[in-house]
Design a protein around this ligand. Sequence first.
Ligand SMILES: [Zn+2]
Length: 419
Amino acid sequence: MPIEHDLAVGKINCCQVCGSTNLQLVVDLGHQAPCDSLLWKHQLDEPEKTYPLRFLVCEDCSLGQIDYAVAPEELFFPDYPYRSGITATLVDKLSKTAVSTLTRFKFPENTLVMDIGSNDGTVLSAFKERGMRVLGVEATNIAKIANENGIETLQAFFNEELATKVRKSHGAAGAICATNVFAHVAGLGSIMRGVSELLEYGGVFVTESHYLLDLLNTVQYDSIYHEHLRYYTLKSLIALFDQYNFTVTDVERIDNYGGSIRVFAVKGVGHPVSAAVRDLLKEEEEAGLYGMEVYREFANKLLNARRDLLALVIQAHTEGKKVVGIGCPGRASTLMNFTGLAPDLVPYIAEQSTSLKLDLYLPGLHVPIIDEKKMLDEQPDYAIMLSWHYAKPITAKLREKGLQSKVILPLPEVKISDF
Ligand SMILES: [Zn+2]
């Protein structure tokens, strides 16, 4: 019997890819609010919904996963405050998806390329510049920004039904991308069937997902949140694509979001497979991803890091020093709430002046997000780098603007940065 990949809302009882019930609990991060459900001031007196946040791993296919699916409309609401074009580093990284794909696959000019969760159209504009016809699918209001910038974008969730419509209106696609959304969707089965429907035979599905090996190596427990349902290994992705008659032909590790993998899955079985696929499977096995010990070590490291961070912040306060946060990616919510950094310890998080998150509050402990100008005026003694996976470029930029505070790196282990 085929495995049901379209998750119902609520508790998940078996592996999201292979259906096994051999799931091991790695760490329980408690009940938390969805990390991007930032609040306006007037919402602070209202009750907040929280959900279990437990991280598990499948002993059979080695998929990391959480075991509770929050309703998508509660996670990806129309005002979702994330826009990919906003940091120059990210724009640069996203355009590499196009370069990497077009180097491997020689499409004729005007081949249709689609992007699922296309955000402001950053990925697609790189394909368009290289002669492809493009179409984005984006559920949030950011779709409007994409359309204004000349990237045709449907404001919708991608699913089987939409795929059938697009096939009729736009024809078959040569490539479909899903960058950093493939781990987030609850309707995985519907997406896989939709992609299969839309791609021509031999067409490629390019996914980029946060990579479990990098997550473990650098103790990125803060990237565990409800939006992020699955934490892929290559082995688990192959197990998934097999079930839909795709061949994983190539893979590369990329540094997006603190370590990701870009996987090329070609429609149809038996396509030639690159050495990179075999090599990475071997590396996963050697790193211990198919056993349990490496996950126990990860849990110990994250609990130590949390305790050390809290101790350092409390020590600073005891000495009369001021500590703030820098940068508010989604992951900041997991880290701040799990560590217990309330506004008495960290009175605000500084974000760049162009951020859509300014004047909002973190869910849970209600730390306000404010313009970094305040931090630059105040020069607090310490600033916790919450976007620690981009610590160097962000710190360099802030130093140029005159920041003198000591910068605390919260993970993989707590330390004061030397930059
Ligand atoms: Zn599994």
